[in-house]
Each structure stands twice: as C-alpha cells, then as structure tokens.
Design a protein around this ligand. Structure first.
Ligand SMILES: [Ca+2]
Length: 168
C-alpha cells in the first residue's frame, strides 16, 4: 500500500506522541527487606511490559513485602537541567542516564526527594528500584525541564507531592 502525503504526515504525528516512559518494563520481586536489596541477585516473580509508560504499584499484584524495578527510556525534548521529584514508602532508588539521582535505601514513611540532572537532548535510560515492607505503599515520580511543558508525571494516579517541591 502506498500512503499519500496526508497519511504519511498523520503516521509521523502519531509516532511523535510518545508515552512518558518508552519501552517501560516492570519486574516484581518477593521478599521482606529493611532496605533496598540488590535486585540483580534476585529472580523476579513476573516481568511485564507497561504500554502506558507510567510506573504504578498496581502493577505489583502485592500489598506487603515485595520489591519492584522499572526500566525504560525517557526523552529530553531539549538539552538542559531537568528536575526529578520522587516520593516513596518504603525506599527507592532513581537512576537516570546511568547515574544514581536519588537513594532512599531504608524503610521509611512517605518521603519526597527533589534532584536536578543535566541531560543532553534525546533518549536516556531510566531505572526505578522500590521496595515495600509493611504499612502504607507509595511510589510517585515526575520530571520537568526544557520542553516538558511543566511537570510530566511518570507515575500513575495522584501522589501527594508537597507543595514546596513545585519548583517553578
Ligand atoms: Ca511501607
């Protein structure tokens, strides 16, 4: 089939509408930890593609004593400094473009960290590690920077980011 110019433009436009985290894959781990485990030494219970490109604890199928790792690709629309905000209960580690951006290794109640990262324009790998011991379970992640048009949510659902992290 030969596409006309209009159809080609349409196909290109659809291609350009990316999900927040491309090629997102979630892995779920079973275990009771007081701090983030070395997930590379553990065997996941399940690995799934997450087509919506948003991380969510709903993808775990668990309530207590589990861990999750999400891996995918984010896009910096323009080069510059990007701000990442992560909120978790229990601990988490955020790695962007191969660098550890945030580490909250131990058990904790809901806590937020905000970090700036310089990124070149284009695609960068992102990895989020998380574990839940007991009690409440939360993961929230968002980014903003040149070309993101405000905060871009990378997690599903509403997260109670404190007002003071809404950096302008
Ligand atoms: Ca907890």
């Amino acid at each position: 089939m030969i596409l006309g110019a209009g159809a080609l433009a349409q196909a290109k436009a659809e291609e350009a509408v990316d999900v927040p985290i491309k090629d997102l894959r979630s892995s779920v781990y079973d275990g009771s930890w007081e701090q983030l485990p070395d997930f590379s030494k553990l065997k996941p219970l399940a690995v799934e593609k997450q087509g919506k490109g948003l991380i969510s604890l709903g993808q775990s199928g668990q309530s207590d004593n589990f861990g999750m790792v999400w891996e995918g690709t984010i896009t910096a629309p323009k080069p510059g400094t990007f701000t990442f905000v992560i909120r978790s209960d229990d601990g988490s580690r955020l790695t962007v473009a191969g660098k550890t951006v945030v580490e909250m290794v131990g058990t904790q109640s809901e806590k937020t960290q905000v970090r700036n990262v310089k990124l070149k324009q284009g695609d960068h790998p992102i990895r989020i590690e998380y574990f839940q011991n007991g009690g409440k379970q939360v993961i929230g992640l968002a980014m903003r920077g040149p070309g993101t048009n405000g905060w871009l949510m990378l997690s599903e659902g509403s997260v109670a980011f404190p007002v003071d992290v809404s950096i302008k």
